[in-house]
Design a binder for this molecule. Structure first.
Ligand code: KIV
Ligand code: ZN
Length: 557
């Protein structure tokens, strides 16, 4: 008997607000962005990031343009503590960037938090405690006064430590955790008490961060809470109102957008939406939403493939092919009528006119992509048909992103050939276009070693003589990629990676499929070998070989 029974749930109780103004507001200016990838995002990973991964991710966040970056929870994790020390001691934080750290409102944790930040130039100390009815009654078993007291004592402790360490430019942040499940008047009472301790001024503001720790209502209800809060909180002109939305109902971005319209100044989130449960709100989506409306998001996602590559390699989480703006299929049209409309609009589009292309909300080139059309050839050789045939006949389980690349190649061939295309032809086309790891350069002997990081030294055979390339990285693939990047003086980012064992016509062989962005262009490489590491690095070499050939051809032309 199913227990699927909606009557066990109660509706969210909205805050009573008269004359709400947020529905008439527009977002015309970027918020203060704060990344929580390295804290909230990291806490939600099956395998938390290593220090090396955090370093790489931090660099990406700085390059994208974040000025406030929550780098960890140093009192709760030695790795986070060490990472904060590395940032400070190795002077890794640009002068205009605040590093932010989270701590519970407990004296011993606050003390350890300040130890981690000793010597930092600028830092946000983010202190929180839970305020919702559910947590008060069932987790902490405290009344409202007890919960308020935890916040006030935490705030005082944060202030005392800051006064003892005047060499750092401190900013204080308080979060009434589980704000959406807290009576809004009580959240205001607690935040007012914290503000009383910190005594912010318009010149030296504090941050009050309102988390939708769990998203429990439609975004309009959240916006009502935010407008009500902004109207009633103490010293509004001395407080930065920050939002931290999660995506439990799938509306994390919408809630943050409506919350900004309701008066918030600052938005916390993660790149591509990693985070607890269904994730934090996705900063890429929200920033690109602004961008598509002609508003400068003050974050630069012009190299989206690098963002994807770093996020995927640090979180071990895939990016959905239909993820807003970033997914591999979002600028691809499958339907004939869409393709036709896009082609006509693109033909009309000129540099001096605002973007106006059917089905494409932004110009894919702005984020390093191009528009792709996928044509269904016929029942035999359509994308699904090609993939099916290659899998059945040869055991090649092509990832979707490679199916999308192969489909138009097969389509062209079938148009020229005029007949039904055979599986052997599909395989030949597949090999010609993607299995290009033997020319102009072929992998010879290589050596991998591991000290602080992985290093590779590899011989590459070429008609004009052999060369040796060297590289370092976080893993064999990344070391080899950086060896090729350096030798050929190109930027290679791995965007997609997939591998599997071959079961048809082979004896324990593995196949690796790679999509790389090389100097802004996408290349796909595939290689088969007895060893998966060799297959992977040959697949990267296949992409670089294609780039080398393309550059030679461009030079000749
Ligand atoms: O989701 C949440 O409430 C948090 C807080 C610690 C801000 O991550
Ligand atoms: Zn959170």
């Amino acid at each position: 008997m199913s227990s699927f029974d909606h009557t066990k749930y109660r509706p969210f109780e909205p805050v009573a607000i008269a004359n709400r103004t947020w529905p008439d507001q527009e977002i015309t200016k970027a918020p203060i962005w704060a990344s929580v990838d390295l804290r909230d995002g990291n806490q939600a990973l099956v395998e938390p990031m290593t220090v090396e991964q955090k370093k790489e991710f931090f660099k990406l966040l700085v390059d994208v343009g974040f000025k406030e970056i929550e780098v960890g929870f140093p009192a709760a994790s030695q790795l986070d503590f060490d990472f904060v020390r590395w940032l400070v001691e190795e002077d890794q934080v640009p002068d205009d960037v605040y590093i932010q750290v989270l701590t519970q409102a407990r004296p011993e944790l606050i003390e350890r938090t300040y130890e981690s930040l000793k010597g930092a130039k600028k830092a946000v100390v983010h202190v929180y405690n839970s305020t919702s009815k559910t947590q008060r009654e069932q987790v902490f078993r405290l009344g409202k006064d007890g919960i308020k007291d935890i916040a006030v004592r935490g705030a005082q402790c944060v202030k005392d430590h800051a006064e003892k360490n005047p060499e750092t430019e401190w900013v204080f942040q308080y979060s009434p955790e589980s704000f959406t499940g807290t009576e809004t008047d009580f959240a205001i009472e607690v935040c007012d008490a914290v503000i009383d301790v910190w005594q912010p001024t318009p010149e030296k503001k504090c941050i009050i961060n309102l988390p939708a720790t769990v998203e429990v209502a439609t975004p309009n209800r959240f916006a009502d809470q935010i407008e009500y809060f902004c109207r009633n909180v103490k010293n509004r002109d001395s407080v930065i109102i920050s939002l931290h939305t999660h995506n439990d109902r799938g509306c994390g971005v919408a809630a943050a957008e409506l919350g900004m319209m309701a008066g918030a100044d600052r938005i916390e989130g993660t790149l591509l939406g990693n985070g607890e449960r269904t994730g934090n709100m996705c900063v890429v989506t929200m920033a690109m939403n602004m961008y598509s409306q002609g508003v400068d998001p003050e974050l630069n996602f012009g190299d989206m493939d690098r963002v994807i590559s770093v996020v995927q390699s640090c979180t071990q989480l895939p990016v959905h092919p239909r993820h807003a703006y970033a997914g591999e299929l979002v600028f691809t049209a499958f339907s004939g009528s869409h393709q036709d409309a896009i082609k006509k609009c693109l033909a009309n589009q000129t540099e001096d006119k605002p973007w106006d292309v059917a089905y494409l909300p932004i110009d894919p080139r702005d984020i390093g992509r191009s528009y792709q059309e996928v044509i269904r050839v016929n029942s035999q050789s359509g994308k699904g048909g090609v993939a099916f045939a290659l899998e059945q006949e040869y055991g090649l389980a092509l990832p979707r992103w490679l199916q999308v690349e192969l489909s138009p190649i097969v389509q062209r061939f079938s148009e020229e050939d005029g007949g039904v295309i055979q599986a052997a032809d599909m395989k030949r086309l597949f090999e010609e276009h993607f299995m290009t790891s033997s020319a102009p350069y072929a992998l010879g002997n290589y050596e991998l070693s591991k000290k602080d990081c992985d290093t590779v030294s590899a011989e590459l055979a070429h008609n004009d003589g052999n060369i040796t390339v060297h590289g370092e990285g976080n893993g064999a693939l990344s070391a080899f990629t950086s060896a090729l990047s350096e030798h050929f003086n190109v930027r290679v980012d791995i965007v997609q990676y997939q591998e599997h064992a071959l079961t048809v016509g082979s004896d324990s062989q593995a196949i690796a499929y790679i999509q790389a962005n090389i100097d802004g262009e996408r290349y796909n490489g595939v290689a088969i070998d007895n060893d998966i590491v060799s297959a992977s690095i040959q697949a990267v070499l296949a992409t670089v070989n294609q780039k080398v050939i393309a550059s030679e051809q461009a030079n000749v032309a």
